[in-house]
Design a protein around this ligand. Structure first.
Ligand SMILES: Nc1ncnc2c1ncn2[C@@H]1O[C@H](COP(=O)(O)OP(=O)(O)O)[C@@H](O)[C@H]1O
Ligand SMILES: [Mg+2]
Length: 162
């Protein structure tokens, strides 16, 4: 199997007269951490938003595991194994730890949220990351609610490949 998991080929994106991306190509390999560096306005966020299914590119191709894909929306991106952590993350203080972590991707069967499964999954995730917290606790009462834990937790909950 190829160790190339995700490829961006010759992507372009303009916003009116602004050229955000012009012929961008990128190759992500299995098991590596890649860093995208660039000055303000270089187009980093635009590229990530394209991969997250928030914007469509004007041209170019995205190839996942050797197959060209058109990422239709954020849910489709997640289904392809692409999870995104944005700088801003809102939490609902009156929802529980588990509900916040699994918001919008709750484990479900036949369209019904499986609360007990969500709590089990949440407990396992907290243990994996070494966080002592109760999945049932309301976030407003968590002493560790600030900082980057939430981003990590929520991202991990998607079981992303990247
Ligand atoms: N939604 C948008 N509408 C118009 N212009 C945008 C939009 N998003 C980004 N841009 C422009 O595209 C360029 C790249 O922006 P961005 O991807 O945010 O860069 P970076 O994240 O590297 O700072 C900038 O000139 C920015 O002003
Ligand atoms: Mg940015």
């Amino acid at each position: 199997m190829s160790d190339i998991q995700l490829e961006v080929r010759d992507i372009a994106k303009t916003f009116g007269a602004v050229v955000a991306l012009q012929s961008v190509s990128l190759t992500l390999r299995r098991g590596r951490v890649h860093t995208l560096l660039g000055e303000n306005g270089a187009g980093k966020s635009t590229l990530i938003k394209i991969l997250a299914g928030l914007y469509s590119p004007d041209r170019g191709a995205i190839v996942v595991d050797g197959h060209a894909v058109t990422i239709r929306n954020p849910a489709h991106a997640r289904a392809l194994g692409i999870a995104t952590v944005f700088q801003e993350l809102s939490l609902s203080n009156n929802m529980t730890v588990a509900e916040n972590i699994y918001a919008n991707h709750e484990p479900a069967r036949c369209g019904f949220i499986r609360n007990s499964q969500m709590v089990v999954d949440c407990r396992r995730l907290l243990a994996e990351l070494g966080i002592e917290a109760d999945p049932h606790q309301r976030v407003g009462r968590c002493h560790w609610r600030t900082g980057n834990w939430w981003k990590l937790l929520r991202r991990s909950a998607f079981q992303p490949r990247w």
